[in-house]
Write a protein that binds this ligand. Sequence first.
Ligand code: NAD
Length: 363
Amino acid sequence: MRHKITFIPGDGVGPEVARAAQRTLEATGVQFQWDTAIIGSQAQDMFGTPLPGSALESIKRNKIAIKGPVTTPIGTGFRSVNVAVRKKLDLYACLRPYKTYPGVHTPYKNVDIVVVRENTEDLYSGIEFARGDQETAKLLELVVHATGERIKKDSAVSLKVISQAASERITKFAFEYARQNGRKKVTAIHKANILKFSDGLFLDTARKVAKSYPDIEFTDMVLDATCMQLVRRPQQFDILVLPNFYGDIISDLCAGLIGGLGLAPGANIGNDIAVFEPTHGSAPKYAGKNRANPIATMLSGVMMLHHLGEKNSANRLEKAITDVITEGKSVTYDLKFDPNDSNAVGTSQVADAVIEKLRQAEK
Ligand code: NAD
């Protein structure tokens, strides 16, 4: 069967890592029909919008996409296209498995953590009030009126929105994932001691959902304590379920534990659509230099193969990637003990090495 997939190269290092992942996916022998869609600044130049309707239509039609990262201008310019894709397609669950592969230079062994990040609300809801705007003044009035609290007039405000419905579906997703994948424990991460209403609602909802899953252990932990515990003893964690903003930060922390962003895959999953993409961004300083590590995107491809029901090919591809990492020869600078090691190879050479391992395994 030929799988129709929307292929989004992205920008920065995106096109290089996405193409490398695409080549390894093809080398598994699984049949794909790629439908390329452009989003981000290139789409802005071509179509006058960073997120053209045709790209969204392609994802809706195919139900599955693999995507390179896309740059978001800092402070000004268009809002994150990555966040927009997740919101518009209601890809409410961000799934990011982080595990240590043998041969990676990291002080941590046997890390195997799955981050389940809520993907549609929290500080990422994009509801913001700029300093000096009329709407901001009205909001500040409303706050004084409702609470007696006076916010400084020169403030900007971003809303942290947490709903019961979104908290319920993300914690259910985490527990269902635990059941389907033989996982033992779900930990909800929050700051409910301070944010009593927003994070309080998230925690309360998670506790209620947990009652329907007596076979899975449930715990909760305050965000700051979690950071310390992750660095001290990451092996105690299994699945973490978090509101959007904390999920973003903890994802990078977990990537650090397993050897860096170059090894950190991910997926954005909704009821019937899934978009696979690495945790990392577009790393603009390496754009076009054949330097970025494509393994995070390749491992996102492994997740995609599992999603497609191509279990055997997923396992073969992951094994080929693991062999390349363990051997330590055909890896990019970030996986070398010394990042300046002149023996580090480029993005496309990592793909060559993974494809060669797939071929050898076939013999
Ligand atoms: P980044 O993840 O792009 O890069 C941070 C640093 O991590 C890089 O400078 C590099 O040293 C390292 N790194 C990242 N990916 C790597 C790889 N594949 N191989 C080797 N090293 C790698 O984070 P940033 O610099 O904060 O963000 C750059 C842009 O990407 C921003 O515009 C940001 O908004 C965007 N971004 C996009 C996504 C997405 O598309 N989903 C996610 C995060 C950030």
